[in-house]
Write a protein that binds this ligand. Structure first.
Ligand code: CA
Length: 222
């Protein structure tokens, strides 16, 4: 699941971006000011940041500077209403990967996003394997001991999180935010329900419950 952080303070544009990106299959989180954008870009695990330059609290340049200063490598596409070339150059110098001037064509934005994600994803494996479980990331199929297992979209996304982080304890909040997005009710037990589904389907490698902490996929039976 590809997660895009949208930093845009104008509700109309933010809502347009969110709807369009979600219709294109991306999970989005919208923040409306600079400090929130800088915090979210470093605290959470996003795949791309769409960054408006004119943000309250801290402008987009400063957000970008802070994000890069913390060593964050995530791709950043700047959205700017300003026509001034100086802004674009300054943005690219500060570590942006691309920029679009408003008003922009949504299809062009999608194309730019996909291009950035492809560049970033070079060297990304086609499949993840932990023990007997294989997830084919292109076809979105799962196999256990060579036998095809049908997973729903959510189940696949959850399994992918576990296989990307074997032997690591993942909290319910981490799993909720990655697989269901931040809009989900944090009190929901949906993670536990879906871990139950995965245990039935991927039985060979148990997902352990780590009491008070979350869940962990064991990479070996030992
Ligand atoms: Ca703005």
């Amino acid at each position: 699941m590809t997660r895009i952080l949208v930093a845009e303070d104008e509700p109309r544009i933010a809502s347009f971006l969110k709807k369009g990106l979600e219709a294109a299959g991306f999970t989005t989180t919208v923040v409306g000011d600079g400090p929130l954008a800088a915090a979210a870009a470093t605290d959470a695990d996003f795949d791309l940041l769409l960054l408006d330059l004119g943000l309250p609290g801290m402008d987009g340049h400063e957000v970008l500077r802070q994000v890069r200063a913390r060593g964050e490598r995530l791709p950043v596409i700047i959205l700017t209403a300003r026509q001034v070339t100086r802004d674009k150059v300054a943005g690219l110098d500060a570590g942006a990967d691309d920029y679009l001037t408003k008003p922009f064509d949504f299809e062009e934005l999608l194309a730019r996003i996909r291009a950035r994600l492809r560049t970033q994803g070079e060297g990304e494996p086609d499949a993840l394997r932990v023990g007997a479980v294989v997830l084919d990331l292109r076809s979105r199929h799962a196999e256990v001991n060579g036998r095809r297992v049908d997973l729903s979209t959510r189940e696949f996304a959850l399994a992918e999180m576990f296989l990307r982080h074997p032997d690591q304890v993942l909290s319910r909040e981490q799993l909720l935010s990655h697989v269901w997005g931040y809009d989900y009710d944090p009190g929901s037990n949906v993670v536990d329900v879906y871990v139950g589904y995965l245990r039935k389907k991927l039985g060979a490698h148990p997902i352990q419950t780590v009491r008070g902490a979350g869940y962990r996929l064991r990479s070996s039976d030992g």
